[in-house]
Design a protein around this ligand. Structure first.
Ligand code: PEP
Ligand code: MG
Length: 898
């Protein structure tokens, strides 16, 4: 193994392609050097050395000699010598992993300052103050990083060496009437360094080393060790970064932005990372070191006119103050962006009017900026369409489709509790605890957040009126989550720390109690809940030409179709605007909660016999026909998959005394009789009970009515010269016999409607595949069904044996213990549930190679899952309207990744 890679003077051992070996920072320093960009010379100790060190607790044999050799090369270029009394070289020692882990690992600057080298540097720089300022920074960093953290000395919270030294610095400023560090004199700083050193000895029982070489190796080892520091380990856990990658260490000649006038330091982006505009954008500070810009102690100056912000007001720009340097910097940023073909985040230092580049890397950006940059770079000819599509993360589309919380304010807000991120965007409003209150407060012009233990279909009106929905129970496919996602409404579910008292209209969480009317803010994209109001940033997609272009590009590439889950004409129209190519799931049960219909529905459910049931059903027929007419029309000529009634019937039963009374009256029976009938319908396990096609088998007249409503609506549209395409779908089929039973009824209704109307029309009859047995017998079912649609919500429920509605109670433990890598109701469990999906596809296509297969569970809007469905050979995914663009992009990316 080659442990050490040199860069400097226009030559480098490594290049940008060596990220795995040199880390991102080291690889890019090498690349910039070869490009002829001014980079202070230095070298990178590779990640292989880090791995060796972790395994053997020791360095490879020849490392010290190699480091000495390359340090010589650096010394030659700089005309300085490390540890030399007259003309000392100082170096920085920084971490640099393969994937950026911002702030998670350590850095030591100004390494090499000792009682031997200090006088020489003072002589050379002619600036005693600067030297002691650099020295006190070195002492602080070294004590913290090397002597405390790397030595695993655990001081109690707030008692760490850095805190102690910072306090001493503050005291020194106070004593000398200084408002900032820059006002401390050389004498002050020198005294400060002495106090620092004795404090370190008292606290850490060890001397700050007065030898350049000891400092160098102490720093190198500390940076390697910081790979396994607490912060770094938990960051890798969150970001799924493998723990065995290791970090590289970059040792580089120091250049100083704090050596007086003519010195400066700054950070910049080659395009605006917040808006995506193609403007060079950044901040700088005269006479400062890099950490001062990041620490935010001084308000940075704008780089140029375009970077001027409210805060930087009239501070002079670099363009104004150092025009020659600015021109050079601008040329370099152009060169870097052109070379890397992506927006770069750069760091620079100016020492005595000489410009040095310290870092370049691909810059982080928000969703709006990501889309604009990617599209504009294609138009500029910088990247091709494929690259453009891979540049934007599907979640970044989510960001621009919903109002989001103001990030700056959110960052400074205290998190009250965390639940599951069930509906995107942000919501802020006053707390209410019932759906009726939500509706009436909303009517009074108030913004409300509906807080419930869980929601039921009876809450829908209040959910609709709310800015956001927050529940303490339920998972990603709970009622609240499904409904909210369908509307693109902000929602957090399963926030189990909340205890809610609907009676007292209050909630308590982690020691805080909030009452009705108190303000609350919810981030449905992260699951975080905040007390008080956080402002929102609005969006308008129609005004975003870049979004439109990007969506067009997705359609050039993708093979997988994208449909939507919608059960109202309004949702269907919204989904068409987003590019849906049909409806993959229309859940008919959502149509019955309208107050005008629910009573007929209830009559149907508690009917004593077929006769009574038919009477109630016939009241529902005209409503259903109207629904189907609207949806088929909104989607024509695209297909609409309409699923027959699916949910357990008790969901529709009356709960309140007045509802019971009304129903008894409608049915002309006594309250007692009604109570008995309802009790008879009670089930221990409704999710596994009398639902799905079992309903249509027990009560064929329900299937008859629904099929008739679909076909009569179809006829009406055909007569209006439209081309409706209904696909009737039978839910929860576990055996082919169930399907055959239902299909017979559907086909026979179709025949009757054709005969009665004298009108021909096209339709299909297919089934949901959402039970393990359906996957296992898919070959038999495929002989009878014209299409399959995987219901991965129920399939996940039945494969795992996890209740969809109750997973919120134990999922956090499973995630914490890493028993599950993620919520399987959100992203498909490829090994388990996915194997059954593949089995269903194979068996189905064995019998019918042309069988059309889709998926309409919640996973249809999840990018990871979409890739899996693409690879499994499905024809389309179906998801809520607001996820259609995300699915289009994810489908294109899945195709490109092949
Ligand atoms: C499913 O089970 O995946 C599905 C789409 O149906 P539902 O969520 O309505 O049960
Ligand atoms: Mg289902």
């Amino acid at each position: 193994m080659k442990p050490v890679y040199f860069f400097g003077g226009g030559k480098a051992d490594g290049s940008a392609s060596d990220k795995n070996l040199l880390g991102g920072k080291g690889a890019n320093l090498a690349e910039m050097t070869t490009l002829g960009i001014p980079v202070p010379p230095g070298f990178t100790i590779s990640t292989e050395v880090c791995r060796h060190y972790m395994e053997h607790d020791n360095y490879p044999d020849n490392l010290e000699r190699q480091v000495r050799d390359v340090l010589n090369q650096v010394e030659n270029i700089m005309g300085q010598t490390f540890g030399d009394a007259e003309n000392p070289l100082l170096v920085s020692v920084r971490s640099g992993a393969r994937q950026s882990m911002p702030g998670m690992m350590e850095t030591v600057l100004n390494v090499g300052l000792t009682s031997k080298t200090i006088p020489g540097l003072i002589e050379k720089s002619n600036d005693e103050r600067f030297v002691y300022d650099a020295y006190r920074r070195l002492i602080t960093m070294y004590a913290d990083v090397v002597m405390e953290k790397a030595a695993v000395i655990e001081l109690s919270e707030g008692k760490g060496i850095r805190e102690k030294l910072d306090k001493i610095l503050e005291k020194m400023k106070k004593q000398n009437g200084a408002t900032n560090d820059a006002e401390l004199s050389a004498k002050n700083l020198k005294e400060l360094c002495d106090i620092f050193k004795s404090t370190i000895k008292d606290t850490l029982k060890n001397e700050f080393p007065d030898d350049s070489n000891t400092q160098l190796w102490g720093s190198i080892t500390a940076v390697f060790k910081s790979w396994n520091g607490k912060r770094a380990v938990s960051y890798r856990n969150i970001e799924n970064i493998p723990h065995d990658w290791g970090t590289a260490v970059n040792i580089q000649a120091m250049v100083f932005g704090n050596m007086g006038d003519g010195c400066a330091t700054g950070v910049a982006f080659t395009r605006n990372p917040a808006t995506g505009e193609n403007n060079f954008y950044g901040e700088w500070l005269p006479n400062a070191q890099g950490e001062d810009v990041v620490a935010g102690l001084r308000t940075p100056n704008p780089l140029n006119q375009m970077s001027r912000s409210h805060e930087s007001g009239s501070l002079p720009s670099l363009e104004e103050m150092m025009p020659d340097i600015y021109v050079k910097l601008d040329a370099i940023q152009n060169q870097l962006e052109y070379h890397y073909k992506d927006m770069q985040d750069i760091e620079f230092t100016i020492q005595n009017e000489r410009l040095w580049m310290l870092q370049t890397r691909v810059g982080k950006r928000n969703g709006t900026a990501a889309i604009r940059m990617a599209v504009e770079m294609t138009e500029e000819g910088l990247i091709d369409e494929q690259t453009t599509l891979m540049r934007v993360k599907p979640e970044q589309l989510d960001e621009i489709m919903h109002p989001m919380l103001d990030m700056e304010v959110e960052k400074q807000s205290k998190v009250l509790a965390i639940g599951l991120p069930a509906g995107p965007g942000g919501g802020s409003g006053q707390i209410v605890f019932t759906a009726d209150d939500a509706e009436s407060w909303h009517k009074d012009g108030k913004r409300v957040i509906l807080v419930r233990s869980e929601t039921s279909p009876e809450d829908v009106h209040g959910m609709y009126a709310s800015e956001a929905i927050l529940t303490s129970r339920g998972g990603m496919t709970s009622h609240a989550a499904l409904v909210a996602r369908g509307w693109g409404k902000c929602c957090v579910v399963g926030c189990s720390d909340l205890s809610i008292s609907t009676q007292e209209k209050s909630l308590s969480v982690n020691g805080t109690t909030l009452n009705e009317g108190d303000w609350l803010t919810v981030n449905g994209s992260s699951g975080k809940v905040y007390p008080g109001a956080i402002p929102l940033k609005d969006v308008n997609l129609n005004k975003n030409p870049y979004f439109k272009k990007l969506m067009e590009m997705t359609d050039h590439q993708r093979k997988l179709g994208v449909r939507t889950n919608a059960d109202s004409p309004a949702d269907a129209i919204k989904a068409r605007e987003f590019g849906a190519e049909g409806i993959g799931l229309c859940r008919t049960e959502h149509m019955f909660f309208d107050p005008k219909r629910i009573s007929a529905m209830r009559e149907m459910i508690v009917a004593e016999d077929e006769n009574e049931r038919r009477k109630a059903i016939m009241k529902l027929l005209p409503h259903q026909k109207k629904d189907f007419y609207g949806i088929l029309k909104a989607m024509a000529p695209h297909p609409v998959t309409i699923r027959l009634l699916d949910p357990p019937l008790h969901e529709f039963l009356p709960q309140e005394p007045d509802q019971m009374e009304q129903l008894a009256k409608d049915l002309d029976i006594s309250a007692n009789e009604l109570k008995m009938r309802i009790e008879n319908l009670h089930e221990q396990n409704p999710m596994l009970g009398h639902r799905g096609c079992r309903l249509g088998i027990s009560y064929p007249e329900i299937t008859e009515m629904q099929a008739r409503a679909i076909f009569e609506a179809t006829v009406q549209l055909v007569l209006e010269n439209m081309s409706p395409l209904p696909e009737v779908m039978v839910p929860l089929v576990g055996s082919v016999a169930e399907f055959i039973h239902q299909r017979k009824i559907i086909d026979s209704e179709a025949l009757k409607v054709k005969d009665e109307s004298g009108t021909q029309f096209k339709y299909l009859v297919g089934t949901m595949i959402e039970l393990p047995r359906a996957c296992a017998t898919a070959d038999q079912i495929a002989k009878e069904a014209q299409f399959f649609s995987f219901g991965t919500n129920d399939l996940t429920q039945t494969v795992f044996g996890f209740s969809r509605d109750d997973i919120g109670g134990f999922l956090p433990d499973y995630l914490e213990e890493k028993i599950l890598p993620h919520d399987p109701f959100q992203s498909i469990d490829q090994n388990g549930v996915g194997t059954l999906v593949k089995m269903g596809v194979e068996k189905g296509r064995d019998v019918n190679p042309k069988l059309k297969i889709g998926i309409c569970g919640e996973h249809g809007g999840d990018p990871e899952s979409i890739r899996f469905f693409h690879d499994s050979g499905l024809n389309y995914v179906s998801c809520s309207p607001f996820r259609v663009p995300i699915a289009r992009l994810a489908a294109a990316q899945a195709q490109l990744q092949n």
